[in-house]
Write a protein that binds this ligand. Structure first.
Ligand code: EPU
Length: 428
């Protein structure tokens, strides 16, 4: 049981500079994909967050040797792994453990991987992943909650995804990278982290073309050499600070970003009245007027990311007028709405749509993070609100945000992490 909380004394505009860490969803895929490499690799700009810790632990427990060079640089040598079996409890704590299906299958032609866990966002089937593995020649069975994949040989094939899937696309790439011949993935997802994974694999000698478009072609290779690779900046962490800047009517320079990855977020922020200036590796966000209502629908990249929906909906709770937000990528992405209502938000959820009637302000309350993005949305709500907000279950937030309270304190926020038995000591 997590006893740590964030205590936020809100109502202050965020101001200053913040540096964005490496992308969680790229790094988890790349760490898992080191299994495919025939030599040691060094990964830089790896965020120091919970999900990465678990991915690295999975590798270590399977027999990889790990050297932590500094807090964001890891050297991984997976040659010591001989048994492609992922430890049960570790796999069940994160979604990204599913990537070990593709990477272990790609290397060993077999894999035993417990069904993945991760944020509870509703049903999270893996049928499209299995469809891809089957197409490459692997047989699938599920025994006692463990996915078992077995192939005599992996042979390049045509894979058509019936629905958009980030994880399915990543797993198909990883399973195909050493398969014999040509694999063509159609209706592939195009998220920046999929492109980053492909760039990582190509730098090691893979032959992947078209990542970032909806057709990805992979010609199997036999050997992947060791490299040093730097993970891209986190699109969602950057978007989160952009929204936090606007929601607190602040003025923030968000540095170490790829502005192209942020376009859908930038466009929506401009729509609600924020100014967003784009530079080479930086965006500047400020608000000097009222925040305005909008409609928002989440879509796969380059659409507005579902992983930014809770944060943006939180901003809309104080935007003038009635906003409508639809997020049907997962069934259950509005679990934070109950918590926001405690803070005075007027938000009604029906199915996968939320109707948000702007109120003049939120007021502080004790709230509970239900998942990663819901958790950070509540932190933003606390920064916006008058009075004190206590966010519980912050382990969800630590799964995906590096140094959250330090970065926010650097922007002038009054935020402190406390243990249940500690007295609240204010900083910032
Ligand atoms: N789906 C299927 N069958 C499948 C695969 C997916 O029906 O075989 C459905 C899912 O149930 C869901 C939708 O398709 O309704 C999208 O799922 P997708 O596979 O795209 O998502 P994911 O790979 O499970 C990744 C991110 C999520 C992010 C989604 C959507 C990682 C580790 N996770 O999940 O990130 O929300 O893509 O962009 O990359 C987060 O970072 O907070 C997070 C939840």
């Amino acid at each position: 049981m997590d006893k740590e909380k964030l205590v936020i004394n809100g109502g202050k505009p965020l101001k200053g500079d913040v540096y964005i860490s490496g992308a969680k969803n790229a790094a988890v895929a790349i760490v898992a994909a080191t299994i495919l490499c025939d030599e040691p690799v060094t990964l830089e700009n790896v965020p120091e967050i919970g999900d990465i810790g678990i991915c690295v632990k999975i590798l270590y427990e399977m027999g990889a040797s790990i050297k932590i060079i500094d807090k964001n640089t890891i050297r991984i040598d997976t040659r010591g792994i001989s048994d492609p079996v992922v430890p049960y409890e570790l796999a069940r704590s994160i979604r990204a453990s599913s990537y070990f299906m593709g990477t272990l299958l790609g290397r060993f032609k077999k894999a035993d991987v417990p069904l993945p866990g991760g944020c509870d966002l509703g049903d999270r089937p893996i049928d499209q992943h299995i469809k891809a593995f089957n197409a490459l020649g692997a047989e699938y069975s599920l025994e006692g909650g463990i996915v078992r994949l077995r192939a005599k040989d992996l042979i390049g094939s045509q894979i058509f995804f019936d629905k958009h899937t980030v994880g399915g696309t990543i797993n198909a790439i990883c399973a195909a990278v050493k398969a014999k011949g040509l694999t063509v993935i159609e209706n592939a997802n195009k998220e920046p982290h999929i492109v980053d994974l492909a760039n990582f694999l190509n730098s090691m000698g893979a032959d992947i073309m078209g990542a970032g478009t909806d057709v990805i072609k992979i010609r199997g290779v036999d050997y992947l050499k060791g490299i040093t690779y730097s993970v891209i900046p986190d699109q969602i962490e950057a978007g989160t600070y952009m929204v936090a800047a606007a929601a607190t009517k602040g003025d923030v320079w968000i540095k170490n970003v790829i502005p192209k990855h942020l376009e859908s977020i930038t466009a929506k922020l401009r729509k609600v009245g924020a100014t967003v200036e784009e530079y080479d590796e930086c965006v500047h966000v400020y608000v000097d007027g009222p925040l305005l209502k909008t409609t928002l629908k989440t879509l796969p990249h380059p659409g507005f990311p579902t992983d930014m929906q809770p944060q943006f909906s939180t901003l809309l709770t104080i935007a003038e007028g009635t906003s409508v937000v639809t997020d049907d990528i997962f069934d259950n992405r509005f679990r934070y709405a109950n918590e926001l209502r405690r803070m005075g938000a007027d938000i009604t959820v029906e199915g996968t749509t939320a109707v948000i009637q702007g109120v003049p302000e939120l007021t502080g309350a004790a709230v509970r993070a239900t998942d990663l993005r819901a958790g950070i949305a509540l932190v933003i709500a606390g920064l916006m609100a008058s009075g004190t907000t206590v966010v519980e279950n912050i382990y969800h937030i630590e799964r995906g945000y590096e140094n959250i309270e330090d970065k926010l304190m650097g922007l002038g926020a009054d935020i402190v992490r406390v243990r249940e038995y500690e007295t609240v000591k204010r900083t910032g």
